[in-house]
Design a protein around this ligand. Structure first.
Ligand code: PLP
Length: 351
């Protein structure tokens, strides 16, 4: 039986993507060759890369002032590449500290230059999104994390800032409609809503680059990757292909608007049960609740064994919370069907 996979990432992807990716490993596009054994410079793979980049622009409704890159090193390398490419020698950057990953980005940026943490919810174990701050034009850029995978909080309304805005969207990219043109740089590790681990999406507004006065190491320079069309070195061909399949599946099934509708329904179903059922309580502040990672705890720990046995018996996988939060985390990414959420809700009702 296929499990109901609530894993936080790597995570569930559309079944059709698994099928097509598996076929491409055996015989790619009827070439009589595996995707894994053809040159990344073959016209067949270049077409995949070009289309993967084009779909992102279509989904985000962005024009030619933006470039789309598929890089390696995960979102973690972007923690370093963003300041390398945007923080001027004597300038400073503003960061919003909303979780472990945001703190990771801050740590790397501090290695490159001056960083001000404009607001933080660390003292409350990151259970809410701070909103009381301003970011003026004295900063080279502002960095935020749209969705905090571990704590289950999500920025619902992005702030107005008087500088560039860079955002780590690793765990809610393509899950909701946003005005993406408000952002100057977006990045996301692929392994939640847009593919397998191994590639990282970067969407960058071209005219913000080249202003730091820094001699950026070649591989860390966005301009190099733009000039080489994401082929500065051998790209992770399988990860890019599976990401392309995932995004094509999204586009063919109504795009972000349709995904958002489904995501809202799934989140409502689950949060309604958390709020209704006296055995459970949510971890995150209600107004900041993530529609991707739903964190909750039992109100009575003596029910832990019964609940754990029940969800495992129902074929549910990946429900344990992150060690820094405890309890449970149900990750309900784009590919998660509402039927699986219903299975979880039924188990919650049963204990
Ligand atoms: C919001 C967020 N940022 C960054 C990361 C780190 O991503 P990677 O493992 O691709 O470096 C994660 C991983 O889960 C994440 O959820």
């Amino acid at each position: 039986m296929k499990k109901h996979n609530f894993s936080a990432g790597p995570s569930i992807l559309p079944q059709e993507v698994f099928q097509k990716a598996a076929e491409a490993i055996l015989d790619f596009n009827g070439m009589g060759l595996s995707l894994l054994e053809i040159s990344h410079r073959s016209k067949e793979f270049v077409a995949v890369m070009d289309e993967a980049r084009a779909i992102v622009k279509r989904l985000m409704n962005l024009g030619d002032d933006y470039e789309v890159l598929y890089l390696q090193g995960g979102a973690s390398l972007q923690f370093l590449m963003v300041p390398m490419n945007l923080l001027t020698e004597n300038g400073k950057a503003a960061y919003l500290d909303t979780g472990t990953w945001a703190a990771g980005a801050i740590k790397e940026a501090k290695k490159i230059g001056n960083v001000d943490v404009v607001a933080s919810s660390k003292d409350a174990n990151y259970s809410f999104i701070p909103k009381d701050y301003t970011v003026g034009s004295e900063y080279d850029y502002f960095h935020c994390t749209s969705n905090n995978t571990i704590f289950g909080t999500q920025i619902k309304e992005f702030p107005h800032v008087d500088t560039l805005m860079a955002c780590d969207m690793s765990s809610d990219i393509f899950s909701r409609q946003l005005d993406f043109s408000k952002f100057d740089l977006i990045y996301a590790g692929a392994q939640k809503n847009m593919g397998p681990a191994g590639t990282t999406l970067v969407v960058v507004k071209k005219d913000i680059l080249g202003k730091t006065g820094r001699n950026i190491p070649t591989y860390l320079d966005y301009a190099v990757h733009i000039a080489k069309e994401s082929m500065a070195n051998t790209p992770p061909v399988f990860a890019v292909y599976a990401s392309y399949l995932t995004l094509k599946h999204l586009e063919d099934n109504g795009g972000i608007a349709a995904a958002e509708q489904k995501n809202n329904a799934k989140a409502k179903l689950l949060y309604d049960e958390i709020d209704r059922n006296p055995n459970f309580q949510g971890v995150a502040a209600v107004e900041d609740r993530s529609f991707m990672n739903v964190t909750f705890t039992l109100t009575d720990e003596s029910k832990k064994e019964a609940f754990d046995n029940a969800w495992k018996a129902a074929g549910i996988s990946g429900l344990n919370g992150h060690r820094s939060v405890g309890g449970y985390r149900a990750s309900i990414y784009n590919a998660m069907p509402i039927e699986s959420v219903q299975v979880l809700v039924d188990v919650m009702k049963s204990i």
